[in-house]
Design a protein. Structure first.
Ligand code: GLC
Ligand code: CA
Length: 530
């Protein structure tokens, strides 16, 4: 195993959407002191790192992914003093802090862009991409053309995402210096890592029509993170995930990123963002297995995840969020988090959160689904549109965390939060989960404890067992004689025989007398160590 990975394999990252985690001052918006007040909660669960989605000054056209000052905390979240307190408290509790670095674009309110758009002669003009006529026919991720006219200079600027998110011109060496200085600013404060937003977009090739993964991508990443003093910093990129590209970014001696997210298993069960398609968990199993094999072969870090702030709940799409919600949520957790890699959990996953059902578009805030709504209004019926948006909106996972069943769910003292609570918050909240015999939270806690206690789960090899057996995922993790067997049955009852005998370590249902028969979503973990 690569030396620099050793510490990474012990990480368990808990992703926080700051706006929706915990409000400390009664304005209905989550904030840094809210996060501070929940550090013990995160620790008790078993995570040892937090990733904070952007907390920097921002007009919030894309919930902070439009940064107007990279060195300031948005007042809505608190102050720099609050951040310093949070960082110190986290470190004291053994929790690392990972920030979100948004380097492909700034906010149109960023001082660089205000200057840049004022005149062609302005020294910041070259910090962005300009053209007298749109250079390409690219569509912006959040709707409309990717090129927006700018009156004062009589030019168009590029925005791969919202109009308020102009793309930064990384071919300009001054821009690269700026981002290096931003990274150094936060590292000097003591942060432990960065999650790098859409990092593959920072190099483009207009002639070849490439809006990402351009010819200078790797050179730029190395320039940013290859510097000696950053070699102990943890980095995970949101970037191109072809095998070739991952090798180029994370391969030994590349000095680029430690890891890159793989999202292919999260595309199962849907076409584009808004259309469900028939699916099988076996498809997910196949993808996970292929990545386990690939990352083992090349000694790469793999990220274990099912949820984040950009996707509706995995369990709602791929599992069962009805009568078997507990069984399915814990089964999925077992299947994914006992694999080799770094677990990333998203807030709310640990209580088995599920998608919402709203009947009015006013319950949504996300720039992406609102852009889609605008484009499709009149094309699709209102009912159909809402059905699609309920299924696919990113707001599903961005709703305020329900800590209890009270009217404000322990999230805030304000009468209403910034975004309506999930429609099932009365039923799905932390207090109710803990009061239940079937607690998703307690299962997650035990599962993460198992990872900590067994080196084979953290560092061991991965081998699939009964590869061709359908509707289940069975594998063995092994490290220097320690051997763990993981059995996850999917949605139908089936007999699974011929497995090696071992001591039961964990299961999501009572296993006694089961005689090889696994109920829907039943899973079990055995110690096979001789
Ligand atoms: C990433 C973020 C997403 C954001 C986009 C633009 O995909 O995860 O939330 O909207 O980049 O910054
Ligand atoms: Ca607040």
């Amino acid at each position: 195993m690569r030396k620099e990975f050793s510490a990474c394999y012990d990480l368990v990252v808990y992703q926080i959407y700051p706006k929706s985690f915990k409000d400390s001052n009664g304005d209905g918006i989550g904030d840094l002191l809210g996060v501070l007040s929940k550090l013990d909660y995160i620790k008790d669960l078993g995570a040892n790192a937090i990733w904070l989605c952007p907390i920097f000054k921002s007009p919030q056209c894309d919930n902070g992914y439009d940064v107007s000052d990279y060195r300031a905390i948005d007042p809505m979240y608190g102050s720099m003093a609050d951040f310093d307190r949070l960082l110190a408290a986290a470190h004291e509790k053994g929790i690392k802090v990972i920030l979100d670095l948004v380097a492909n674009h700034t906010s149109s309110e960023h001082e660089w862009f205000r200057q840049a758009r004022s005149s062609r002669e302005n020294p910041y003009h070259d910090y962005y991409y300009w053209a007298e006529e749109p250079l390409t026919d690219w569509r912006a991720e959040f709707g409309g053309s990717a090129w927006e006219y700018n009156e004062p200079t009589g030019e168009y600027y590029l925005h791969s995402f919202a109009v308020g998110q102009p793309d930064v011109n990384w071919t300009n060496p001054k821009v690269r210096e700026e981002y290096k200085a931003i990274v150094d600013f936060w590292v000097a404060k003591g942060v432990d890592g960065f999650r790098c937003d859409v990092l593959d977009h920072i190099s483009k090739d207009f002639e070849k029509g490439l809006d990402r993964n351009g010819p200078h991508l790797h050179e730029y990443i190395r320039e940013l993170f290859g510097r000696d003093h950053l070699q102990d910093i943890y980095t995970v990129g949101e970037a191109e995930t072809t095998e070739e590209s991952i090798l180029a970014t994370c391969g030994e001696d590349r000095r680029e990123l430690k890891s890159v997210f793989q999202f292919s298993h999260l595309a199962v069960g849907r076409k584009g963002r808004y259309t469900p398609v028939p699916h099988k968990m076996d498809e997910v199993k196949k993808i996970l297995t292929d990545w386990q094999d690939f990352t083992a072969k090349h000694d790469l870090l793999y990220i274990l995840l099912t949820d984040n702030h950009d996707r509706p709940w995995f369990n709602s799409r791929m599992g069962n969020d009805g009568a078997l919600r507990y069984e399915s949520a814990t089964n999925i957790a077992t299947m994914v988090y006992l694999l080799k890699g770094i677990p990333f959990l998203y807030e709310g996953q640990e209580i088995g959160c599920a998608n919402s059902l709203f009947s009015d578009i006013s319950a949504f805030d996300d720039v992406e689904c609102l852009g889609y709504y605008k484009e499709q209004k009149g094309v699709l019926s209102e009912e159909k549109l809402l059905e699609e948006i309920n299924f696919g909106s990113r707001d599903n996972t961005r709703r305020p965390f329900a800590w209890d069943a009270s009217p404000t769910h322990g999230f805030t003292d304000a009468s209403a939060p910034w975004l309506p609570y999930a429609t099932r918050s009365d039923e799905i909240n932390l207090a109710s989960d803990l009061a239940s015999e079937k607690s998703v939270w307690r299962y997650y806690r035990d599962l993460l404890a198992l990872r900590r206690e067994h080196v084979s789960i953290r560092r061991g090899s991965f081998k699939q067992v009964k590869k061709w057996k359908k509707d289940c995922f069975i594998y063995v993790r092994e490290y220097e004689g320690e051997k763990i067997l993981v059995v996850c049955n999917f949605e139908r009852t089936q007999k699974i025989t011929g497995l090696p005998e071992g001591r039961l370590l964990l299961s999501n249902v009572r296993r006694d007398g089961a005689n090889g028969v696994y109920a829907p979503y039943e899973c079990a973990v055995y110690d096979l160590t001789k």
